[in-house]
Ligand binder design. Structure first.
Ligand code: LLP
Length: 429
């Protein structure tokens, strides 16, 4: 990997994370201060970075009828959610738990869309009672259950069908969702028939068409291919007397982890609007569900080097963060930049950065050229999305604390878990 980056590339979270006098800062707060006061591993988010990422969508949308629903699975810390709610975001939720979080920060239910392939009856009930904007439904069986639940409540459920347009998003197979072999959505060839079934059910109201083709997309081609197929479907639905109010294009815009050059929201949306205009559908409301592109580069994970271990084939830097804190490298072979918070002069050595968990998959970065010593503080970049959100307690490791920096202030937005937290709720016979 290091060979691909002969020069130090700019920090992925630049300019919200940058070096000043040889110390890495989040906005105006030196990261070593945070580590001293709060310990490691520690997630650090930049409020200004969240705002800037939101602003990129906001300005690309302009005056057009687009609802941007933050795909909160990427990072559902209440402080992050509150920030987006304040900025005017809607939310894309995938569970009753995420609904509770959104409501806890005062989100407007009319700006919440409920996605997910396995919604349970209690989750449908909670979402109906709250008054969400739309259920993105993924199968006929789910349509029937939703209609039943709504009928029992004397309500009508607003629905979109999540259509699988069968396009190749050209991303990691685990995060590609728009192909025929994926579990997600309804095959586009069957969509018209399933819309007809939805129409025949008593307590549903058809409001939209939905898709989500994958995550960490770095090209707009797959989006536009999907868009064309969905617009054809919307035409066929209109001919069948089924009017659609909104088109949900899902999330998926990528971020720079290493040397990717993902399109900006504007680079994605301008051609989308052009196609809608060209097809006489300029009035159609759009929904977007971005997750990663709103938060991914707004966070780093701080970790301390515990030991250096020089083995025959490799050098290891054993750090105090692990796969339970950041699963992406183990699960997707994902690349995250790693920087010493206080870079040292001296000879750099190739290291694998690994955690203390008893798994060979417990690594955070491989073959990085670093000048480091035990006790040094490292920042793992691009850790704002799918990082703390996917953390676990494997090896009975308490989950890290999270802190949000705002200018020269910082706020602990999730305290570090204690060992007592971990044992609470368990009992012996
Ligand atoms: N909408 C739906 C229906 C989704 O399934 C997802 C993500 C999103 C929106 C947000 O997508 P984004 O804009 O963040 O790409 N854990 C993986 C990513 C899994 C994405 C799952 N779905 C990772 O760490 O790369």
């Amino acid at each position: 990997m290091t060979a691909r980056f002969p020069a130090q590339p700019e920090l992925a979270g630049h300019p919200y994370f940058q070096f000043r006098n040889n110390v890495l800062y989040a906005e105006d707060v030196p990261l070593d201060h945070l580590a001293e006061r709060l310990g490691t591993p520690l997630y650090v988010y930049s409020r200004a970075a969240l705002k800037a990422a939101w602003q990129a969508y906001h300005s690309a949308v302009g005056q057009r009828p687009v609802l941007v629903c933050y795909g909160m699975k990427a990072n559902s810390n209440l402080a992050v959610l509150k920030e987006f709610a304040r900025l005017g975001a809607g939310f894309d939720i995938v569970s009753g738990g995420e609904l509770k979080r959104a409501l806890a920060v005062g989100a407007d239910p009319a700006r919440i869309v409920f996605s997910g392939v396995g919604k349970q009856a209690w989750e449908m009930r909670d979402a109906l009672a709250a008054g969400v904007k739309c259920f993105n439904v993924e199968s006929e069986a789910e349509l029937r259950l939703l209609s039943q639940v709504a009928q029992d409540m004397g309500a009508r459920a607003p629905v979109s069908l999540r259509v699988n347009p069968d396009v190749d998003a050209q991303t990691h197979p685990y995060i590609s969702t728009g192909l025929k072999e994926n579990k997600f959505g309804i095959a586009i060839e069957s969509a018209l028939a399933v819309y007809r079934s939805a129409q025949a059910l008593p307590a549903l109201e058809i409001v939209g068409v939905d898709c989500h083709i994958g995550s960490q997309l770095t090209e707009i081609g797959p989006y536009l291919d999907a868009l064309d197929k969905l617009l054809d479907l919307i035409d066929r639905l209109a001919q069948a007397g089924i009017a659609i109010r909104h088109l949900d294009l899902g999330g998926g815009l990528g971020i720079r982890y290493a040397d990717e050059t993902p399109p900006s929201p504007r680079a994605l949306l301008d051609p989308v609007f052009e196609r809608l205009q060209a097809r006489g559908l300029g009035h159609l409301h759009l929904v977007l569900e971005p997750g990663r592109s709103l938060v991914g580069n707004a966070g780093v994970l701080l970790t301390t080097v515990q030991y250096l271990k020089h083995a025959e084939a490799r050098n290891f830097a054993i750090v105090d963060a692990a796969m339970n804190d950041l699963l992406r490298p183990a699960l997707y072979d994902a690349f995250h930049g790693v920087r010493p918070v206080h870079p040292r002069a001296g000879e750099a050595t190739l290291y694998d950065i690994v955690g203390p968990v008893c798994e060979s998959a417990d690594w955070l970065a491989r073959q990085r050229k670093l000048a480091i010593e035990a006790g040094d503080l490292l920042a793992v970049e691009s850790a704002g999305a799918y990082s703390m959100a996917m953390a676990s307690n494997y090896n009975t490791r308490p989950r890290a604390a999270e802190v949000m920096v705002d200018g020269d202030q910082y706020y602990v937005v999730r305290r570090r878990e204690t060992l007592d937290d971990l044992l609470r709720g368990e009992s012996t016979l």
